[in-house]
Structure formats: structure tokens, C-alpha cells
Write a protein that binds this ligand. Structure first.
Ligand code: HEC
Length: 154
């Protein structure tokens, strides 16, 4: 009982320190834009690193599976990062088209394709078998392009 009360008190003290958690759809649009760009930069960073190793531009073969897995992990959070509709809102520069929210099903499908491709790449990379890794890399690159072509302004 005592423990429960103390826990409740502690939680009461901690909440303001952490900042009240905003719920979905009412976060500041600029924060939403920066957050989703952060996720995409992680995606871009690991993809770039993965291909630089795969193409032999840099060594670090031992990091290949790491980059593929980190990419696959980030992919599972990408769709949620776009859930809040920021069309016409915020002052942050961005390249997200308004169609993301008017054609959400198509956008979500393309994100799902990316998630599937990155999961397959992570599995292939974990095997360390180059005969599997190469063929899994193509669909991944294609999944980025399919979405960027339709849903980015550049
Ligand atoms: C389903 C759609 C979709 C998929 C799949 C997707 N992206 Fe994106 N990406 C976007 C959108 C939309 C933006 C623009 C976000 C913004 O400016 O708010 C973006 C932005 C980016 C950015 C720029 C981030 C910034 O700071 O402005 C990079 C880099 C990027 N994506 C890389 C990738 C790579 C690499 C892949 C594939 C491995 C990928 N994306 C897959 C939709 C997608």
C-alpha cells in the first residue's frame, strides 16, 4: 500500500519533468515534421552506408548486417511518423506532399512494401551469404523510389 502511494507520488512529480505526453494528432506540426525527417535520415543513413559497403567503396563488411537490421527497425516506425496530417501547417521546410494524407492507403501500402523489403534485406544480410544479399538489395532501393516519386516534392 505504502509502496503504491509512493509510486503514485513519484509519478506525479515526474510527469511535469518529462513534459505531458502529447497524444496522436495534436503535436506541434514543426515537431512532427522534424521527427519524421529524423526517422527518414536514419533510414537514409543506414541505406547509404549499406550500399557503400556492398559496392566495395568502403570496407566494414562486418557492419553490413548491422546497417540492414537498423534500417529494418527504423522502417517499422516510419509510417507512424507520418500519421499526423501536417498539410498546410508548420514553418519547417519539408518535402512531404499533401497527397500523403489524401491518398493515405497508397502511401501506407508503399511504406509497407519498404518495411517488407528492409526485413528481407536484414534477413539476407544476417545470413552473410552474398548470393542472398545482392538480390534483396534491389527491391529495397525500388521501395524508396516508388514512394519518393509520388509523395515527395523533389
Ligand atoms: C512510403 C513512403 C516512403 C518510403 C518507402 C521512403 N521514404 Fe524517404 N521520405 C518520404 C517522405 C514523404 C519524405 C519527406 C519528409 C519531410 O520532408 O517531411 C522522405 C524524406 C526522406 C529523406 C530526407 C529527410 C530529410 O531530412 O528531409 C531521406 C534521406 C529519405 N527519405 C530516404 C529514404 C530511403 C533511403 C528510403 C528507402 C530505403 C526511403 N526514404 C523510403 C517517404 C518515403
Amino acid at each position: 500500500m505504502k509502496f503504491a502511494i509512493r509510486t503514485a507520488l513519484l509519478a506525479g512529480l515526474m510527469m511535469p519533468m518529462m513534459g505531458a505526453a502529447v497524444s496522436a494528432d495534436d503535436a506541434d506540426p514543426n515537431d512532427v515534421i522534424k521527427y519524421r525527417q529524423g526517422i527518414m535520415e536514419v533510414v537514409g543513413g543506414h541505406t547509404g552506408a549499406f550500399f557503400a559497403i556492398l559496392q566495395g567503396k568502403v570496407p566494414h563488411q562486418d557492419a553490413l548486417a548491422y546497417h540492414a537490421q537498423a534500417l529494418a527497425d527504423a522502417a517499422t516506425h516510419a509510417l507512424a511518423a507520418f500519421e499526423q496530417n501536417t498539410a498546410g501547417q508548420g514553418s519547417e521546410e519539408h518535402t512531404a506532399k499533401d497527397e500523403i494524407w489524401s491518398e493515405w492507403e497508397d502511401f501506407a501500402k508503399k511504406m509497407k512494401d519498404f518495411e517488407t523489403a528492409s526485413a528481407a534485406l536484414a534477413e539476407a544480410a544476417a545470413s552473410g551469404d552474398m548470393a542472398q544479399i545482392g538480390p534483396a538489395a534491389g527491391p529495397l532501393g525500388g521501395s524508396c523510389k516508388a514512394c519518393h516519386d509520388d509523395f515527395r516534392t523533389k
